[in-house]
Design a protein around this ligand. Structure first.
Ligand code: ADP
Ligand code: ASP
Ligand code: MG
Length: 418
């Protein structure tokens, strides 16, 4: 029998009525002859609520917001337990054999980086037995797994159900992985902020990886990595399509399957970054290491880095960005290192946004980014930092101009729908 993995996100399972709609999509594929594993997220808003409860509980005892990450995982994994049980219950009522699987029951193993564990292995034997012996649909709680050595529940980072789905598709050697969400595919930019965004029929793994890491939340970055490494045929499609006549959505595939490509394929934005500037740092060998090594040791991922050429050869300014969530931690680390680094003053800004343009065509076209700098300047948008790579460039700007900047670049590269 051909195998299929279907994944449904939070909005698609937001209440019992929606879960019943999901069951109709599953029924269609079962009747088409597939052995099906369905991965579900928690109901939309549920994970945020659970995260907030952990913070509230920590603060209820002391003013310190730090808490045990293993217990955080126990709490936040519960949202997916509810939706997986409800979907299995509904399918059974509809006469389709089904059972729910929690991460630890499969088991889906993760490392012990609680809160953002990486998948280390999947044992699909139980699910395959259910297919073979009972034609049983496997309803998998996404986002969660178990750490083999400690037996503790782990979660895979926000948006992690996408990664559960693609990894299970790879583990079960499924023919396809369909990621159902609240939009009908991957667009040239977030269709919720640019009405003229266009749906793409195909996107290469590489471009999708860059789009996702630049902030396009439609797929978790790690899910794209897994799809690329294991060559999983992955589609992004809508759970709001008629269950009896759905559209195919967007295929994420190898570059060789893309027939024609634009210079720029898509624009992404991220408001989850913060900027830090160290002023008048001594301009001598070893300073960059003195700044960035302690941050790396504290697990703070630094993204954009700008170092000015020093006018007097003695001191210089270093600007860089860190995830907003790590901003306070990064500032604390740098405060501790003040003497060692030798900077007199530090500035931080959290009201910034990173806008990125992505396209494999950038490899062979010159001046792609230069065009953007001019267009942004014409609209009075100041650029605080720039980074470029082979198929992407990013600019850091004031957050208030996010939408304007995204629309400007979207039009500039000819991506607007007619
Ligand atoms: P789910 O709960 O199904 O996982 P998400 O909210 O995580 O859904 O992801 C879907 C959302 O991603 C869409 O509603 C859309 O606003 C956003 N998005 C951002 N960039 C893009 C893009 N380039 N194409 C499609 N959707 C995008
Ligand atoms: N429920 C989790 C989250 O909101 C995982 C997911 O939806 O993919 O992050
Ligand atoms: Mg998601």
């Amino acid at each position: 029998m051909p195998r299929l993995v279907m994944k449904f996100g939070g909005t698609s399972v937001a209440n019992v009525e929606r879960i019943k709609n999901v069951a109709q999509h599953v029924k269609r594929e079962v009747e088409a002859g597939y052995d099906v594993a369905v991965v579900v997220s928690a109901m939309s808003g549920k994970t945020n609520e659970l995260v907030a409860w952990c913070k509230e509980a920590a603060l209820a005892v002391s003013g310190d917001p730090v808490y045990d990450q293993a217990e955080y995982d126990t709490v936040v994994a519960s949202g997916e337990q509810v939706t997986s049980g409800l979907l299995a219950l509904l399918l059974n009522k509809m006469g389709i054999p089904a059972r729910s699987w929690q991460g630890w029951q499969i088991p889906l193993y993760g490392d012990d980086a609680h809160g953002s564990a990486r998948i280390t292995g999947i044992d699909g034997a139980g699910i395959l037995k259910g297919f073979a012996e009972r034609k049983e649909v496997a309803v998998v709680a996404g986002f969660q797994g178990v750490h083999k050595e400690t037996g503790r529940i782990v979660t895979l980072g926000r948006g992690g159900s996408d990664t559960s789905a693609v990894a299970i598709a790879a583990g079960l050697k499924a023919d396809r992985c369909d990621i159902y969400t609240d939009v009908d595919g991957v667009y040239t930019t977030d269709p919720r902020i640019v009405a003229k965004a266009q749906r793409l029929d195909r996107v290469s793994f590489e471009e999708m990886l860059e789009l996702a890491s630049a902030g396009a939340k439609v797929l978790q970055v790690r899910s794209v990595e897994v799809a690329m490494v294991h060559n999983v045929r992955t589609f992004v499609r809508s759970s709001f399509d008629d269950p009896n006549n759905p559209k195919p959505g967007t295929l994420i595939c190898g570059e060789e399957e893309i027939v024609e490509s634009q210079v720029v394929t898509g624009i992404a934005y991220s408001k989850d970054e913060a900027q830090i500037t160290l002023r008048n740092v001594p301009d001598k060998p070893g300073v960059a290491a003195a700044v960035f090594a302690p941050l790396a040791d504290a697990n703070v991922v630094v993204d954009m880095i700008v170092q000015n050429v020093s006018p007097d050869g003695k001191t210089t300014d270093i600007t860089f960005t860190v995830p907003s969530a790590d901003y306070a931690r990064a500032m604390a680390v740098l405060a501790k290192e003040k003497e060692t680094i030798g900077y007199p003053s530090i500035e931080g800004a959290q009201d910034v946004a990173k806008i990125s343009a992505i396209g494999v065509g950038m490899r062979s076209h010159a001046g792609v980014a230069a065009k953007a700098f001019k267009a942004l300047a014409d609209r009075g948008i100041n650029i605080r930092a720039i980074t470029t790579s082979e198929i992407k460039f990013s600019v850091l700007i004031d957050q208030a101009y996010t939408e304007l900047a995204v629309r400007t670049l979207h039009s500039l590269y000819g991506l607007d729908a007619a």
